[in-house]
Write a protein that binds this ligand. Structure first.
Ligand SMILES: Cc1ncc(C[n+]2csc(CCOP(=O)(O)OP(=O)(O)O)c2C)c(N)n1
Ligand SMILES: [Mg+2]
Length: 613
């Protein structure tokens, strides 16, 4: 059964869809889009539609095929932000979308503008982030000639990184196709949608009469939901909840369900924040050997996992190292995600808000007696784990865990933290306590290095008064460092923290045990102070653990953007995720492969000449 949006909204106004009202607000239904009417150019029709659909900022770089559009954005007061590279256009739109729950908009020229943006759009696709990608194109119709500049197949380039591509053929189609792009980007599992517009259409004129689209229904398989609820109503099995990004806008309902079921709640990486991690039933990230120790312990006593709004993706599961439980109920808005990796007892294709509401309406059947023992065990495990994290292990630089703990202590609860593809992402997911939805962000499934800097800028742009932080490695920093100049130019007070170990430590951790040496992992020594000066940023440097508190305060208290170099010592700090992923990977090697690996390690062990570079 599909529920229409109208039925849903009626239920919300009657107050019975707990948590959904916030979700809908975050999902962009605060204001219904209006009509686009009147005699306008294609560029005007496009900008008017973007405004009606609630676009707050467009991220990109103009080019000859799109100057008409950028000029129109200015005339019609649609906010835009210039970036230094189109990877950042996609990634800023991504940061905007993750922090608001609304579709982010980027606008790039065809050819190199588009190809530059593909890594960021790919990240959004794999991480379920809604984007509308406005991409220019060479002229069509009578103006189409051979050998036009940027004459790549834009739609074909977009296809593998988007949910769908709308190729505009005619000036009259612009508003409706752009509206469809917004709707599809948010529908079901969110993701990017492309709109390709030949440049000649921007200067043609048309008399528009474009109505807003009828809201879409949402999936709800009531029979499967009932099977799931019947399983949960059986008081025998001990339930554990695994919550993903799909729960992000239903935090109050998730908390209530956990309390009713007396279930520990673990989240995926992208789900961090859906369950306040300060809650007595919250056990942190993951529930296998890759996540928090507390979650792993708590889920050892679970017989039935209720997986809500989550994909069991490679990164979040530590290379698929989650343990199988006797029973698993998997609920997701995208039927393609259901029952793929784990043995599953019941798959429920459903909108998360509707499923949670249905579960809460059945609270009398589901309610379990209070379990003080469980709460006590979780508290005890958390305390023990926190002690291990607080132990300072570094000798010649800052301990990454000490840095993360101090940053958490000193930053605001609602600070937005963007963590890059450094090995520290795993420590951060374990130790950085997140108590509010949409405040912790990581490029999880495409792992595009350099993501955190532009993503943070996109979020800061529309949350000018929220503390906004990036935690990046020196390798990731090198990929997006120039984008910090946009922070200075636009007065976006992001605090950039670079964990500087002059290496790709993540790669070294993966390479050393397998090859007894590391290859192509040593980075340049940078003069960060001069770089900050050149970009127009404030600067701080933290060289030891004793400097952490004062220097972090020094950075956080400045009113503008600040670059902080954290001289990091990664030694003596194992990474649970890497250990888990390695164990799982090794277990899948064939006998021959194992023999070859061991023989190589043996011979290198005997004739040691590390040759690290
Ligand atoms: C664009 C891109 N290129 C390469 C990789 C592979 N990769 C993942 S992490 C990493 C190193 C990150 O280095 P750094 O930012 O210094 O963090 P550290 O590993 O030192 O913690 C590399 C090369 C990637 N994920 N993305
Ligand atoms: Mg590094």
């Amino acid at each position: 059964m599909d529920l229409s949006r109208r039925e849903l909204l009626k239920a919300v106004s009657a107050g019975c869809l707990l948590g959904l009202a916030e979700g809908e607000a975050a999902g962009g239904l605060r204001r219904r889009p209006g009509w686009v009417r009147g005699h306008m150019t294609g560029a005007e029709g496009l900008v008017e539609t973007l405004l009606q659909e609630g676009a707050e900022c467009v991220f990109g770089i103009p080019g000859a095929p799109q100057n008409e559009l950028w000029d129109t954005m200015k005339s019609k007061r649609l906010c835009y932000q210039l970036v230094t590279h189109e990877f950042a256009a996609a990634t800023m739109a991504d940061g905007y979308a993750r922090s608001t729950g609304k579709a982010g908009v980027l606008c790039v020229v065809p050819g190199p503008g588009l190809t530059n943006s593909l890594s960021g759009i790919g990240e959004a696709l794999l991480d379920s982030v809604p984007l509308v990608c406005i991409v220019g194109d060479v002229a069509n119709g009578s103006r189409n000639r051979p050998f036009q500049v940027h004459c790549l197949d834009q739609a074909a380039l977009l296809k593998p990184v988007t949910k769908q591509v709308f190729a505009v053929q005619n000036v009259a189609e612009i508003p409706q196709l752009v509206r469809q792009a917004f709707q599809l980007a948010m529908a079901g599992e969110p993701g990017p949608v492309g709109v390709v517009i030949p440049y000649n259409l921007l200067i043609e004129a048309h008399r528009y009469q474009s109505a807003p689209l009828e809201p879409l229904g949402v999936p709800f398989d009531s029979a499967a939901a009932e099977r799931a609820l019947s399983l949960l109503a059986n008081p025998g099995p001990r339930v554990g909840i695994y919550a993903g990004l799909g729960c992000m806008d239903y935090s109050p309902a998730l908390v209530q369900l956990a309390e009713i079921l007396q279930a520990p709640v673990a989240t995926s990486i992208a789900g961090k924040g859906a369950m306040p991690e300060s809650h007595p039933l919250a056990v942190g990230w993951g529930y296998g050997p890759q996540g928090t120790v507390t979650a792993e312990k708590a889920f050892k006593n679970v017989d039935l996992v209720l997986a809500l709004g989550v994909k069991f993706s490679e990164v979040s599961t530590g290379y698929y190292s989650l343990p199988q439980h006797p029973r698993l109920i998997h609920v997701d808005v995208n039927s393609d995600n259901l029952g793929r990796i784990m043995r599953t007892s019941v798959c429920v294709h459903a909108d998360m808000g509707v499923f949670l509401n249905q579960a809460l309406e059945n609270c009398d059947r589901l309610r379990r007696p209070a379990n003080p023992r469980l709460v006590q065990d979780i508290q005890c495990a958390k305390t023990q784990e926190a002690c291990g994290h607080a132990e300072v292990r570094s000798h010649c630089g800052v301990d990454p865990m000490a840095f993360l703990l101090a940053l958490r202590r000193l930053s605001a609860c609602d600070a937005m933290t963007f963590v890059d593809v450094t090995v520290s992402q795993y420590w951060a997911t374990e130790t950085f306590t997140v108590t509010q939805p949409r405040t912790f962000f990581n490029p999880t499934n495409n792992q595009a290095m350099g993501w955190s800097i532009p993503a943070a800028l996109g979020a800061q742009r529309v949350h000018p008064h929220r503390q906004t932080l990036t935690i990046t490695g020196d390798g990731c920093f090198l990929m997006s460092a120039i984008e910090t100049s946009s922070a200075a130019r636009e007065h976006l007070p992001v605090k950039f923290f670079v964990l500087d170990d002059q290496a790709y430590h993540y790669m070294q951790e993966l390479q050393q045990p397998a090859y007894l040496r590391s290859t192509a992992t040593i980075l340049a020594r940078l003069d960060y102070r001069s770089f900050a000066l050149a970009m127009g940023l404030g600067y701080q440097e933290i060289r030891g653990n004793d400097e952490l508190e004062p220097r972090l305060r020094g950075a956080l208290e400045q009113s503008g953007p600040v670059l902080t170099r954290v001289v990091t010592d990664y030694e003596h700090r194992p990474v649970r995720w890497i250990k888990a992923a390695k164990a799982r990977f090794t277990s899948e090697l064939t006998r021959d492969q194992k023999v070859r690996f061991l023989a190589r390690i043996g011979s290198r062990g005997l004739n040691r000449h590390p040759e690290n570079d």
